[in-house]
Design a protein around this ligand. Sequence first.
Ligand SMILES: [Zn+2]
Length: 289
Amino acid sequence: MRPPSSILAKMANLDGSRSHGGRWDALAGAILRDDPARFSRVYRLILGTARVTGIGPDRLPDFLGLENGGELTLLGQEEIDVSVLEPWLRDQVARKSSASDWPERDTERILLASVRVGQHIFAASVLRNCGDKCVFCGFRPAAFGGKRMLLASHIKPWKDSLPHERLDLRNGLAACPPHDAAFDTGLLTVNGGLRIHVASSLAAAVQSDPLARQYYGQPPLLVSLALPSGAEQPAAKYLHWHRQKVFAGHQADVLSPRRRAEMTRRDEQRGAGLAARPEIGRSGGVARG
Ligand SMILES: [Zn+2]
């Protein structure tokens, strides 16, 4: 029987984070995490074998809660689909292959596993920090056993983030699917004072379309982000990035050149930009790229 510290050390070997881990540990861990169903089967097999040989939960607890069924679910994976991972992987494999004695395919597996687990850890900590609630409307699906109804996403997207920014809790927000998608595509943003802003195209739809109003009117949309007291607040640098690159980019895409020029003129008359004016509330279209 291994003491808990030894199990933790073994897990660190498996995710490849310990350079002196066993040669095959990183690959074995990667192969297991490649396929959550297989991971769960192997996990249950090990626990089942332990129980048959008289090792009870007091000595070997079911620490993943999978002993009686269910599957290991890695959170936050929707943000790293093939279109995001492929270019990153090509770059990483090119860099690492020369320095490593693994075949390219195994290097890929180990890299992918470490990204998936990194995303899971990031998403789990973001959801916890946000009190398992959508920060835009307060919806809390965990209250009635709702699953996959709350997403944890990066403010500055994974593909644009530096490695340490991808794991930074202050670069994440939890949101229900319609608010997550609207934030992700620049229909919503948040200023330095944590006030929620709606893009002008969406603000217009809220006026004319009852269904748009149902999701993006106020309520259910809150005036400012809802975070539990004592929560880590999103870092200003990520919110600034989102306003400049995602929100302003969306505005530029949907507005006609004439309307864009009008809005630019109006902004200039107003003086400072959105970032410097946390008192401004939901005033679609004040950000400029
Ligand atoms: Zn919401």
